[in-house]
Design a protein around this ligand. Structure first.
Ligand SMILES: NC(=O)c1ccc[n+]([C@@H]2O[C@H](COP(=O)([O-])OP(=O)(O)OC[C@H]3O[C@@H](n4cnc5c(N)ncnc54)[C@H](OP(=O)(O)O)[C@@H]3O)[C@@H](O)[C@H]2O)c1
Length: 260
């Protein structure tokens, strides 16, 4: 038992999470803090962040909340700087912030849909990873860890998810390229690719009339729950994955193996 606890422990680690005001990021912050990490939560809705930070601090763990717009270069730099001021060097950066463009097929998508989705889901990952790498190098640190939140939409083909799915497919490739190029700085880069879990991002699809068909296509016959991600998250965030980089960990109840 002891080896399990030690292997996945996040004691002493400082973890910065983007998009932590709701959904996955909100949940991840509690899981990571529960495993011993100090957590820095960033998003635009600062009142939601403040509530979550209070909840976590009330458990005796350590959390701070920061205003963050991942589409804004200066906001990203301030976020990383203030994350370091709060708890010291950032050991793990989780690029979780994400948006979708609504249930639109390609004839309905507008220019601004591409910009919003690609800026948030893809370009910000490059931007924050570049800034984080600079901090690791400037700090003379031997290692770093980046986790990108991809999606099984990177691999599946679904109507009405054009920019979103393409952004996630590109994020898988971005994870591989970052892993290749960041290894020389001692930085590992992996991705988590969840299946469908009910949040604001997935609500349109999971509450549509197509929902029953989707569930039938999942071999485990249910959508995911937040807790289904805990183990894979702790694996990637902890030193248990110290020889993993460029990996995409799929957590989807077998959805990618589906015949449907
Ligand atoms: N739910 C699923 O089934 C599913 C499956 C696979 C992958 N994912 C991915 O999981 C990640 C989290 O999504 P979710 O499902 O948890 O949905 P969510 O509850 O809507 O969370 C999205 C988060 O991203 C933040 N965000 C959006 N734009 C931002 C910006 N410009 N700057 C900073 N933060 C921003 C939002 O915060 P603010 O609005 O407060 O800024 C929010 O905290 C996304 O990358 C999503 O693609 C979700």
């Amino acid at each position: 038992m002891r080896i399990t606890v030690d292997l996945f422990s996040l004691e002493g680690k400082n973890i910065a999470i983007t998009g932590a005001s709701s959904g996955f990021g909100h949940h991840f912050a509690g899981v990571l803090a529960g495993a011993g990490a100090s957590v820095v939560l960033g998003a635009r809705r600062t009142e939601k962040i403040a509530d979550r930070v209070n909840e976590i601090n009330n458990t005796g763990a350590r959390a701070v909340g920061l205003s963050l717009d991942v589409r804004d270069e200066q906001s990203c730099q301030v976020f990383l700087d203030q994350a370091e001021e709060a708890f010291g060097p950032v050991d793990v950066l989780i690029n979780n912030a994400g948006v979708e463009a609504g249930a639109k097929t390609y004839t309905m998508i507008e220019e601004e849909d591409w910009d919003a989705v690609f800026d948030t889901n893809l370009k910000s990952v490059w931007r924050l990873s570049k800034m984080y790498t600079q901090a690791v190098v400037d700090g003379g640190r031997a290692q770093g860890n980046i986790i990108n939140i991809a999606s099984i939409t990177a691999y599946r083909t679904i109507k009405g998810q054009f920019p979103y799915a393409v952004s996630k497919a590109a994020l898988v490739k971005a994870t591989e390229i970052l892993a290749l190029e960041a290894a020389r700085f001692g930085i590992r880069v992996n991705a988590l690719a969840p299946g469908y879990i009910l949040t604001d991002v997935s609500r349109l699809l999971l509450e549509s009339e197509r929902s029953d068909t989707f569930v039938k296509g999942i071999p485990m016959r249910r959508y995911g729950e937040f807790d289904d991600l805990n183990g894979p998250l702790l694996l990637l965030a902890s030193d248990a994955s110290h020889y993993m980089t460029g990996s995409v960990v799929v957590v989807d109840g077998g959805h990618l193996c589906s015949e449907l």
